[in-house]
Design a protein around this ligand. Structure first.
Ligand code: BDR
Ligand code: CA
Length: 309
């Protein structure tokens, strides 16, 4: 089984990514690390524990807290998208039994990657702060990771926080810069170019039936669907983070091209923009496998199949 560490800022779609990772039954989930992002670190950790309780795997999977703020910038929550609690109001009032394990996420990442050299895939679905701190602590980490897959960025379309920046990149562009230039041999960017093409709609949700999982997805995505409609005119919502998890399950879901990508950190208008050198004008070595196309039907077959399992 593929060993993964999942790094999350649990949020509605991070939660669905966790559910996919657990219910796929195809991962050895070494641990889930949390980071500030959509919500505070405390809320992201609570939400992660709550989801593991809901899946009845709280005792098997450690949750480790990470960075409570971006490397240099102020906090930037997304309550307008994910709701006050971060889960769109689902599982409200449900007691949380699971508690996080002692430790700090960047240390957990370093220790486990070194202990299982060449075996661990890191799947990152929040701002990249924890991984940047891990790389700063242990630069040789990059030679021991099997692969890093992160949800973030956009190279051909518009952003979702500013006209040019995707949320995870916008929140901590300095962290993303560290990760982009760390020298990971396999670094895969699952950006808005592909995540906007995997849209969960009401028919998908109805298909989950009258089950606790169906009810959970219905509740957590209800406002999310509505907000996506207001902004994009489609009554559906993008499965950003579940797609990053799905790429770890099956890389053939996406078409990638290895390209040089950098991130803007010093612009009033463009901070967080991921700049992709399609024509190799900068004459730099390609550093990122950029996802440029996705088989949305195959994604949903896998995603919904796992949720129904
Ligand atoms: C990303 O930002 C967050 O709001 C989502 O959880 C996802 O990770 C999409 O831009
Ligand atoms: Ca996220």
């Amino acid at each position: 089984m593929k060993k993964i560490i999942l790094d999350v800022d649990t949020g509605i779609d991070d939660a669905l990514g966790i559910i996919l990772a657990v219910k796929s039954g195809q991962f050895d989930l070494v641990g889930i690390t949390t980071v500030n992002g959509n919500v505070s670190l405390r809320k992201a950790t609570e939400n992660t524990c709550k989801i593991l309780d809901f899946l009845q795997v709280g005792e098997q999977i450690p949750v480790i807290c990470g960075a409570s703020e971006p490397l240099l910038r102020p906090l930037f929550f997304e309550h307008a998208v994910h709701g006050e609690d971060g889960l769109g109001g689902a599982l409200a009032g449900v007691p949380i039994y699971k508690e996080p394990t002692a430790g700090f996420a960047p240390d957990f990442i370093v220790e486990n990657v070194l202990a299982h050299s060449g075996e661990i895939t890191l799947v990152m679905t929040g701002p990249l702060t924890n991984l940047a701190l891990a790389v700063k602590k242990c630069p040789e980490l990059v030679q021991h990771v099997k692969e890093v897959i992160f949800m973030g960025g956009v190279v051909r379309e518009h952003g979702n926080v500013t006209p040019v920046a995707e949320y995870n990149m916008y929140v901590d562009p300095e962290a993303a810069k560290v990760v982009f230039h760390a020298g990971f041999p396999q670094l895969t960017m699952v950006g808005l170019d592909v995540t906007r093409r995997v849209l969960l709609n009401e028919e998908h949700i109805r298909g989950l039936g009258d089950t606790p999982m169906g009810e959970y997805v219905r509740q957590s995505t209800s406002d999310y669907l509505h907000r996506y409609f207001q902004r994009n005119g489609i009554y559906a919502c993008a499965m950003h983070d579940p797609l990053a998890v799905a790429v770890a399950l099956d890389p053939k879901l996406v078409k990638t091209q290895k390209l040089y990508v950098d991130i803007e950190t010093r612009s009033e208008l463009c901070d967080g923009q991921t700049v992709c050198d399609f024509q190799n004008r900068l004459k730099k070595e390609p550093n990122i496998n950029v996802c440029l196309d996705v088989d949305a039907d195959a994604f949903f077959a896998r995603f919904l199949g796992a949720l129904k399992a």
